[in-house]
Design a protein around this ligand. Structure first.
Ligand code: COA
Length: 246
């Protein structure tokens, strides 16, 4: 009689202690996020019409959890403890579906909406108040070494599924359309859509399809040099033909 009662008591005590521990961790999480991630919470409240309050954001939004893990992993990365940094980032990826390399440099006010499938490469630099939707890749082209990921200015929005590849610069206030593939620099205050990305709006003005493609402006100097090279080749060929055979 005594032993089963004791076991029951032990079980109930375990449940109560577990509950108190979870409550403590939740309260701690809320306090830490409110102090250190207030910019990200405000950004989410401002940019997500579905966000109902900071408590929901702290406890259920994957973007802010991934950002929290990134901040910790980044500290270890800077201390050159790359293995620990990588472990933290991979655990975070497991739970949030968002992979932020610990070496990336990210400004305040980042909002990752939905999150699943977001990849941010090691040498990426992200300015302030940037928004990334699900499926965004800020990656390398696979051909570069060193700084091989993009640099995003302030207030940049990258639409769902968009890929921004290589060591390119997206200026302030750039919007990247959903599913675009951007591989060239984009000037500030522009909208870029499609594959490959083409600028459709600049400084608030629409850029017509037949208009100048600012990413691929012709280089007159190169064109002239190409022409001269072709001429020289032609002359050399003619001279070869005229050379008397010995
Ligand atoms: C690009 C975007 C930011 C709109 O920017 P905008 O400057 O207002 O552009 P407009 O709506 O005036 O569209 C300009 C042109 O681009 C086209 N366009 C817009 N978005 C596009 C996209 N994602 N892919 C391809 N073309 C697109 C428009 O059809 C229009 O083409 P037209 O000139 O032939 O008529 C927006 O369409 C977008 O893709 N936002 C991402 C949002 C997102 O990912 N949401 C996910 C929520 S879960």
């Amino acid at each position: 009689m005594g032993i089963p009662f004791f076991l029951l008591f032990l079980g109930l005590a375990g449940i109560v202690v577990g509950f108190i521990l979870i409550l403590f961790l939740v309260i701690l999480k809320i306090i830490v996020y409110k102090i250190f991630f207030r910019h990200e919470i405000r950004a989410t409240l401002e940019r997500d019409p579905a966000a109902t309050g900071s408590l929901v954001i702290i406890l259920t939004y994957p973007g802010i959890s991934a950002f929290f893990s990134y901040r910790i992993a980044h500290i270890f990365y800077r201390l050159k403890l790359h293995f620990i940094a990588r472990v933290i980032s991979q655990w975070s990826r497991l739970f949030t579906g968002i992979e932020i390399h610990p070496g990336a440099q990210i400004g305040k006010g980042l909002f990752i909406d939905h999150g699943m499938g977001v990849v941010i490469g090691e040498t990426t630099i992200i300015g302030e108040n940037v928004t990334l939707f699900q499926g965004v890749t800020l990656g390398g082209t696979g051909k570069e070494k060193g700084k091989r990921h993009p640099t995003l200015g302030n207030n940049v929005v990258v639409g769902a599924g968009a890929k921004v590849l290589g060591n390119i610069v997206l200026g302030d206030n750039v919007s990247v359309g959903a599913n675009a593939v951007v591989i060239h620099d984009v000037p500030a205050n522009s909208t870029v859509v499609g594959v490959p990305g083409r600028i459709t709006r600049r400084e608030g003005q629409r850029v017509d399809k037949g208009d100048v493609d600012y990413c691929n402006l012709p280089d007159p100097l190169n064109q002239t040099l190409d022409k001269i090279e072709q001429e020289i080749q032609k002359i050399e060929d003619e001279l070869k033909d005229k050379k008397p055979k010995s």
